[in-house]
Design a protein around this ligand. Structure first.
Ligand code: FAD
Length: 287
């Protein structure tokens, strides 16, 4: 973990672009609430195959204006042409957005154009070629390995390619086993990657939804946790209280080990991530 200890411990929150006006209003309230925790930035996801291209852009601009917090739009290359990607990059630049989360993207369902870039490292190369150092670029990292990686070393080689292409830091897929993150950092150090790798933290709000996400993205819910969560059945309040305890413990372990901050998958909800953050020993936590 030594390579990570030189970086400041920031927090950031991820949102998805809402589909309705009501969702927009709720997100604005959520972001306003989370602004009090003094986040380093907010990020906004990009739907599979570019399906939320306009909504991501609009959400980024409206949150930047309303909160004054730096915004990091996610941008994925699957399903977008180079011309479409460049148009978006230029629009973000014109609107003083200077962070990006660069991804290959989830494969969209249905018959959607593949795009001209196949992997995230090619997108990072493209962004650097077109916009030099304008953007601070985050990429994705996988403590429990990307489901399509042919083996663990291939996953690290891929992360290294993204940094070699010009990424500044990485955010991980979520995990509930801190050891998986420590081992990722050890593997990075063994492969001369010393850039910040920020743990992605998924709050526990709903067991069915979490199980579905985890099956899709390859993140493990450990057996002890899965059994405890299943036992709450319909008792959402007790499940969430237990989830806050588990996730706060995980975050405190990671912070004590020296991780460079935490990135919360907020699911556009403030309450639970806020309670987790209040349980953390963060140097810049609002008092
Ligand atoms: P890549 O880094 O390109 O890797 C994808 C796979 O290809 C890996 O298995 C890698 O080992 C393999 N690979 C890479 N290069 C090669 C090569 N040359 N030859 C063979 N194999 C290769 N998805 C969205 O659609 N929208 C989002 O907003 C979004 N946000 C995310 C945010 C975070 C923090 C994370 C962790 C994930 C996010 N995802 C998002 C999901 C992500 O798009 C998927 O996990 C996707 O399957 C992989 O994206 P990547 O950027 O990691 O791809």
């Amino acid at each position: 973990m030594d390579s990570q200890k030189k970086y400041p411990q920031h927090i950031s929150f991820e949102f998805f672009p809402p589909k309705t006006e009501e969702g927009d209003k709720k997100l604005l309230q959520t972001a306003t609430q989370l602004t009090k925790l003094n986040p380093h930035y907010f990020s906004v996801t990009f739907g599979a195959g570019g399906s939320t291209r306009d909504r991501t852009f609009d959400t980024v601009l409206s949150l930047a204006k309303a909160t004054g917090i730096p915004l990091a739009p996610h941008l994925s290359c699957i399903g977008s042409s180079k011309a479409q990607l460049l148009e978006l990059l230029n629009q973000y630049r014109e609107n003083q957005i200077d962070r990006l989360v660069a991804l290959r993207g989830d494969r969209p369902s249905g018959d959607v154009a593949k795009g001209e870039l196949n992997f995230a490292y090619e997108l990072v190369q493209f962004v650097r070629e077109q916009t030099a150092d304008h953007f601070h670029i985050e990429v994705a990292a996988y403590p429990e390995f990307h489901p399509e990686a042919v083996n663990p070393q291939a996953d690290i080689d891929n992360l290294k390619r993204k940094f070699d292409a010009g990424a500044n830091s990485a955010i991980t897929q979520y995990f509930y086993n801190a050891e998986a993150y420590y081992r990722l950092i050890d593997a990075c150090e063994a492969n001369q990657i010393e850039m910040p790798i920020v743990p992605g933290i998924m709050p526990i709000m709903n067991f069915t939804q979490l199980s579905r996400f985890s099956a899709a993205c390859g993140a493990e819910i450990p057996m002890w946790l899965s059994k405890r969560l299943a036992a709450y059945g319909d008792d959402k309040e007790s499940l969430q209280a237990f989830g806050i305890e588990v996730v706060s413990d995980l975050c405190n372990q990671l912070l004590s080990a020296g991780c460079p901050g935490l990135h919360f998958y907020s699911m556009n909800q403030a309450l639970i991530v806020e309670q987790v953050c209040n349980n953390l020993h963060l140097p810049h936590k609002s008092t």
